[in-house]
Structure formats: C-alpha cells, structure tokens
Design a protein around this ligand. Structure first.
Ligand SMILES: NC(=O)c1ccc[n+]([C@@H]2O[C@H](COP(=O)([O-])OP(=O)(O)OC[C@H]3O[C@@H](n4cnc5c(N)ncnc54)[C@H](OP(=O)(O)O)[C@@H]3O)[C@@H](O)[C@H]2O)c1
Length: 333
C-alpha cells in the first residue's frame, strides 16, 4: 500500500461523509425484477426499500436466514405500502457454492430479470476456511463472481426478450485504497489464492480491504471479457457507499471505530442511495468504480502496470476456479 493511495482513500471518505449529501433516488422501476442479496439488514435492506418505493414489480430478497428475511420483508411491505406479491424471500448462503447454484437454478425460472445488487458481504477478524478459501474471499469474491457469471445468461435472455439493459452492482469501499499487495504477487508460481489461504502470512485486519480490491479487479476483467462478446450488454459497476453505520463491523469493539462511526458514518439509508444510483446507472458506469454517485478513479494500485498484471493473474485463476465449481459457467465470455 502506498502512502499516497492511503491518503487518497482516507481524504475521500472524510470529505464525502462530511461535505456530500447523496441525491435521493428518483426514477421508475415499474415492470422490473431485481435481486438484492444480503437484504435483511443494513445497506441491502435500505436499498430494497428505495427499490420498492420506485415501483420495482418484483423484489427478490436473497438472504441466508429465511426467518430474518421474512421479518425484513414484513417491515419493507409495511413501510412502503406495497402489495404482498411485490417481495419474495429466497435462500442464498454465499458461504456455499451449492447454495449459490441452487439459487441461480431457481432464478432461471423467473419470467424476467433486470438487475442484481450483489450486496451480501462480510468483514471478519477471524481466519477460517469455507469451501476452499478463507471465508472473506469465498463470500465477498468467489461466490459473488460465481453468482454473477451464473446469472448472466438469464440477464442476457431478459435483455433480448424485453429490450432492456440489465445491470449488476457490487458494493465497493474506499478501503481498497489501503489494501496490501503483499499476497497478490502475479509471479508467485503457487498462485494468488494459495497465498491468500496462508493463515500465517495473513493479517486479517487487511483482509476486507483486500477483498474489495479483488472485486475491483474482477469487475474490470469481467467487463473486458464480456465486451468482446456479441451478446446483449450487461452493465457491471462497483460503487462505494462510503463509511456507513451498519452491522458490517459487528465483531469489532474498537473504541476508535465507534467514535469514528459517531462522528463520520453515513446512515445506511444514505449509503444505500449510492447502491440504488448504481443499479439504475447507464452504460457510462460499466466496469467503473463510483463514489458519491459519480464515476471515480479507483486507486492507482488498480490501474498501474503492476495492478494490470495482478488483475490478469487473479482473473485467470478465478476463471479456473469458477469452471471447477460450475463447469461451463465462463462460457458467457
Ligand atoms: N457499512 C459500510 O461502511 C460499507 C462501506 C462500503 C461497502 N460496504 C459493503 O456494503 C455491503 C453491505 O454491507 P452492510 O454495511 O450493510 O453490512 P451488514 O449490515 O453486515 O449487512 C451485510 C449483509 O450481508 C449478508 N451476508 C453476510 N454473509 C453472508 C453469506 N454468507 N450469505 C448470504 N448473505 C450474507 C448479511 O446477512 P446476515 O444478516 O445473515 O449476517 C447481511 O444481510 C457489503 O458488501 C459491504 O462490504 C459497506
């Protein structure tokens, strides 16, 4: 991590949270079907509330706990005065490839799919392995791109049938500016994922920022590959809602963080505006990082020569991994 990059990330967050008020989402989503993962609380819940207010015809709340999902659904229906049929709660555990695959099989039967807000994510200080990687990498990165790649055929089918441009949004974070590149050596013969799975070499305090850096690499690489295909356009973007007061850092009892939260953090309602803006954004947002509802340059560690090499090495490995999990899934490129 460079000092300049760190300064940029910190100053962008402080400036955004003190001086910028995000625009209240406006627009018309009638007729649309949108999936929001991790929508039982936090940013995903508030984004769902906006989407319902803007008239989305069908909201699919993709949650790992059906009970929590159902009580969130009731709260959303009550506060938006929408009809029961406008919201469904479906099971999705991003910690399990089987769950991701069964969720997508179910989604294949939807008459139409306009957008996916791949919002589910976690930050943890504990190193544990789920599926074949450290849990943050499994949930925030591998399962997120697995979900996206598996849903692309459905989104493209909807694009052709309904003459729409489908969208995919993955929340990002200014913390990607402070991610360490130490475990991302593109020349490491045993590979990036293996290095990320080395418990002794891992500082878990840096794992969440690193996962968001990998999301940026993945989004940029996915969009490059998809744009080489003749198939209908699917927009993929990655907005930064900035520091918000949610359950994301539930494991941390740091006094500094709680004070920072009090002084600086946006409400989840305000942060969710950035996600709703992105899920309704046009082609200019394709492959882009956004801050304060505008396209914004990511850290130079993403765009410089070394970043480009890391992106390619990481993406090649991810394609191999996704193919192993779901053979044929990357034929969408
Ligand atoms: N808060 C911020 O300052 C901030 C800033 C930048 C980006 N973000 C991003 O915004 C997104 C939402 O975060 P948040 O702040 O709203 O956090 P949050 O309140 O902790 O919500 C996270 C959501 O993701 C779900 N989730 C976690 N692990 C999952 C799994 N294995 N399978 C399915 N769902 C899972 C959670 O479900 P459970 O309730 O079952 O745990 C919850 O619904 C995340 O991608 C986060 O990285 C947040």
């Amino acid at each position: 991590m460079s000092i300049l990059s760190t300064l940029e990330g910190v100053s962008s967050t402080v400036f955004s949270n003190i001086f910028i008020q995000l625009p209240y989402p406006e627009g018309d989503l009638s007729g649309q079907t949108i999936i929001v993962s991790g929508s039982n609380q936090g940013l995903g819940f508030e984004a769902s509330r906006h989407l319902l207010r803007l008239g989305v015809e069908k909201l699919i709340m993709a949650v790992r706990g059906l009970k929590k999902g159902e009580s969130a659904r009731q709260e959303l229906l009550k506060s938006t005065d929408r009809e029961e049929s406008s919201v469904e709660v479906w099971q999705l555990d991003m910690d399990s490839y089987t769950s991701v695959k069964s969720f997508v099989s179910r989604a294949a039967a939807l008459p139409r799919l306009d957008a996916l807000l791949a919002n589910a994510g976690l930050a943890t200080n504990t190193f544990s392995v789920s599926e074949e990687d450290e849990k943050t990498i499994t949930v925030n990165v591998v399962s997120t791109f697995l979900l996206i790649a598996l849903l692309i055929p459905k989104l493209r089918e909807s694009a052709s049938k309904f003459n729409i441009i489908p969208r995919i949004t993955i929340p990002n974070s200014a913390l990607h500016y402070i991610a360490s590149l130490e475990q991302l050596d593109p020349q490491n013969e045993s590979g990036i994922f293996k290095s990320l799975n080395n418990k002794e070499a891992t500082n878990m305090a840096g794992r969440y920022p690193l996962s968001k850096l990998l999301v940026l690499f993945g989004v940029r690489a996915f969009v490059n590959r998809l744009s080489q295909s003749q198939a209908p356009l699917v927009i993929i973007n990655t907005p930064n809602p900035s520091f918000c007061k949610s359950q994301l850092v539930r494991e941390t009892d740091s006094v500094g963080l709680r004070v920072g939260e009090r002084l600086l953090a946006r409400s989840t309602e305000e942060g969710s505006r950035a996600l709703v803006h992105a899920i309704m954004a046009d082609e200019k947002s394709n492959g882009q990082y956004l801050t304060n509802c505008r396209v914004h340059s990511p850290s130079c560690i993403v765009t410089n020569g070394k970043g480009v090499m890391i992106q390619e090495a990481f993406f090649e490995e991810m394609v191999t991994k996704l193919e192993k999990i779901a053979p044929g899934v990357t034929s969408c490129f």
